[in-house]
Design a protein around this ligand. Structure first.
Ligand code: ADP
Ligand code: MG
Ligand code: MG
Length: 247
């Protein structure tokens, strides 16, 4: 599904990704772990097409399509979803407006008919219910005044509504207490653990991986994947630290 080959990327003319290769098949959950400053968020933003993140070499394909040739909104329509460590607040725009616009814009690019207000609310209500989120929260401005846990829960509602093929979740577990971690983990499993979907979980800590069992674990250091293995690699990292494992 996702094929990253020898990816090099710079931020503010500084090389950050230095030959990163990674292959993710449909039905797989991959975790990337790595020390602070390794380039994890840079990878996320580069794949999302964020301005300022310049690809200087390498290729990325999503289902065979050249991802890097697409604008960010086209990448989203192609099935890519990014979840952020610090979800942004958007005063003046309600969750419902935001998500209906986003979903219908994606459907349009895919040649699908837009959902009516009623149809959209049905989808939104189902996803909010599944995440234990009150519909009133979906009518509030995006993330404004939400607690850290509520923002992450909201990200899962967004993901459920947009129903992506590939979700890249960048430290989605940061700042979550154990209960919120379980709720978010359950959300990832419910929405994304399917034969035709895949997840790239970026995390510092093993604990999210107790809830969302990865098929593969990779260590990102110095802008490249330096180790790959199964879930046991995450446990080894937790025990021994990055310095020893990534060396
Ligand atoms: P991680 O998410 O693994 O902690 P990041 O991808 O956020 O790492 O950062 C990787 C490196 O890129 C760090 O050295 C960071 O200082 C640098 N970096 C990130 N964003 C910028 C920026 N806008 N300008 C300059 N350097 C940046
Ligand atoms: Mg960081
Ligand atoms: Mg980061």
């Amino acid at each position: 599904m996702l094929q990253i080959n020898n990816l090099h990327a710079t931020v503010a003319d500084k090389p950050i990704l230095k030959g990163l290769s990674l292959s993710i098949n449909a039905g797989e959950i991959h975790a990337i772990m790595g020390p602070n400053g390794a380039g994890k968020s840079t990878l996320t933003y580069t794949l999302g097409g964020r301005p300022g993140y310049e690809v200087t070499d390498g290729e990325v394909t999503l289902d065979g399509q050249d991802l890097l040739a697409l604008d960010p909104h086209e990448r989203a329509a192609a099935g890519l979803f990014l979840g952020f460590q610090y979800p942004v607040e958007i005063p003046g725009v309600s969750n419902v407006q935001f998500l209906r616009e986003a979903l219908n814009a994606q459907r349009k690019l895919r040649g699908e008919a837009p959902l009516s207000g009623g149809e959209f609310l049905k989808v939104a209500r189902a996803q909010a219910d599944a995440m234990g989120m009150d519909m009133d929260m979906l009518k509030r401005p995006v993330n404004v005044g939400f607690s850290g846990g509520e923002k992450k829960r909201n990200e899962m509602v967004q993901m459920g509504i947009l129903d992506p093929k590939l979700a890249i979740l960048d430290e989605t577990d940061s700042g979550l207490d154990i209960d919120a971690l379980r709720v978010v983990g359950d959300g990832i499993n419910r929405i994304m653990r399917k034969p035709d979907k895949a997840v790239l979980l970026i995390t510092h800590y093993q604990r999210l991986l107790d809830y969302v069992k990865p098929d593969f674990v990779h260590v990102l250091a110095g802008g490249r994947i330096v180790r790959s293995g199964g879930p046991e690699l995450a446990l080894a990292l937790e025990e021994h630290g990055y310095a020893e494992i990534a060396a």
